[in-house]
Design a protein around this ligand. Structure first.
Ligand code: SF4
Length: 99
């Protein structure tokens, strides 16, 4: 018997932004370069250029942050840039909890 995975309706709605992604017709390798130097930097810059034209940049970035996407360019941000945002949010949450 084959197993079937059914997506919950709420997940479909939460990820509906994917249908409008500007990168749908772009080589995915551009968004997931290997390394962070040399040619990878060119790929990251090219991926970010696509993101600047994308009308779902915000939900894409939020999805990547919420689901801890470690690799690639999401929402116009590189891996390191998303790590910085996550650290900033963590610091802000801790500061709010102390007050
Ligand atoms: S913001 Fe960038 S990575 Fe996200 S869907 Fe748009 S083009 Fe793709």
């Amino acid at each position: 018997m084959a197993l079937t995975w059914i997506r919950p309706d709420s997940l479909d709605a939460a990820e509906a932004w994917r249908d409008a992604a500007a990168c749908r017709s772009v080589d995915p390798d551009l968004f997931f370069p290997v390394g962070t130097t040399g040619r990878a930097l060119d790929h990251i810059a090219a991926a970010k250029a696509v993101c600047t034209t994308c009308r779902v940049q915000e939900p894409c970035l939020e999805f990547a942050l919420q689901t801890n996407q470690d690799a690639g360019v999401w929402g116009g941000r590189s891996e390191e840039e998303r790590r910085i945002i996550r650290r900033q949010r963590t610091r802000a949450r801790r500061a709010a909890a102390v007050v």
